[in-house]
Design a protein around this ligand. Structure first.
Ligand code: GFB
Length: 311
């Protein structure tokens, strides 16, 4: 059991996942949550990070710091997605081990699996085939992070675990149309089209790819669950077990937003991987299930968007 006064360092606490983790930890009464933004601690700076760990001595680390983006950003900036992510994760994981943290949770992504993995994707599909080219750089960085955690577990018996969340959304998501993921992008497009009384919104690709979406508050719950109950270096998928097509997602978002125009398809943009649905048998068998249905989660996220981005 985790003591409510145990010091838990959430690396990346301002991001989509990190901020959800902090909300959840605070709601559950955890009081010792050191926060460092980029101006206070650059997670790529080895000396600075080592210093922080030696002086602050967190007991638990949740690694939610990553350079992330949607399909276009991943495709356009492979160097940054590979280099920045490797640098930060190597620095933090190593410093965490050297300062003697009791447990570390590394967050990966469902894009670590082969492009043509069996669906739903079991954890055993890792490294069984070629990756999806649009996010290969990010996936390679995440796979290296998993392998580093497993190496610390094997060589030094460190309790370093890794969770692989599916596509996420929720408050503090990135709503920039060039760099965001699909759900945030379509929420914004539908909202702005409604305000301008436009006739259509542009949706990328063919609408045929299928994706699984999980609200970030559910991911935060799953992370705390795994910190309490799971002590193996073997990766665990975190998803809801259901997927929908991009066309269906676009229709659902337009319905929630109240935009009744048309969908126009931009075929010059990539589809990416055809389907990405995680097999969540392992997590379900451990005893965890999500609580936020997709439509409710989109309603809540639209509400957050109206109060925080659209004003
Ligand atoms: O969410 P998304 O950018 O990333 O795109 P991935 C999912 C699907 O939605 C793709 C389509 O088929 C896109 O072409 N799409 C339609 C749109 N309209 C839009 C739009 O306006 N914006 C965006 N962004 N997409 C990412 C990976 O892959 O998923 C990362 O690149 C990461 O590595 C993340 O793993 C979870 O699901 O294709």
């Amino acid at each position: 059991m985790m003591d409510k006064s145990e010091k838990i360092f959430v690396a990346g606490y301002r991001g989509l996942v990190g901020s959800a983790l902090i909300r959840r930890l605070e709601a559950e009464g955890f009081t010792n949550l050191p926060k460092r933004d980029r101006s206070q601690l650059d997670l790529a700076d080895e000396a600075g990070v080592q210093n922080f760990f030696v002086q602050d001595k967190p007991a638990i680390v949740i690694f939610a710091a990553a350079k992330v983006g949607g399909i276009k950003a991943n495709n356009d900036f492979p160097v940054e997605f590979l280099l920045d992510n490797l640098r930060v994760q190597n620095t933090v994981i190593r410093a965490a081990h050297e300062s003697g943290v009791r447990k570390l949770l590394f967050l990966g992504s469902s894009c670590i699996y082969p492009k043509h993995a069996p669906q739903p994707i079991p954890e055993t599909a890792l490294l069984t085939g070629p990756l999806e080219p649009t996010n290969e750089a990010y996936a390679i960085a995440k796979i290296a992070g998993i392998k580093l955690c497993q190496a610390y577990a094997r060589e030094y018996r460190a309790n370093f675990i890794s969770a692989m969340p599916t596509n996420l959304y929720g408050p503090n998501d990135n709503f920039d149309l060039e760099t965001s993921h699909v759900l945030a992008a379509l929420l914004r497009k539908a909202h702005e089209a409604k305000m301008r009384k436009a006739r259509e919104i542009v949706v990328w690709g063919s609408g045929k790819p299928r994706r699984e979406f999980l609200h970030v508050d559910d991911v935060a719950g799953a992370c705390l669950f795994l910190l309490e109950k799971y002590d193996s270096p073997e990766i665990v998928n975190v998803g809801c077990g259901a997927d929908i097509s991009i066309r269906e997602l676009a229709e659902l978002i337009c319905d929630v937003v109240g935009f009744d125009g048309e969908l126009a398809w931009d075929a010059t943009k990539p589809d990416g991987t055809p389907r990405k649905l995680l097999d969540v048998t392992k997590l379900n068998n451990l005893g965890w299930r999500p609580t936020i249905p997709l439509r409710d989660g989109i309603v809540r996220t639209y509400d957050w968007f109206l109060k925080n981005v659209a004003r």
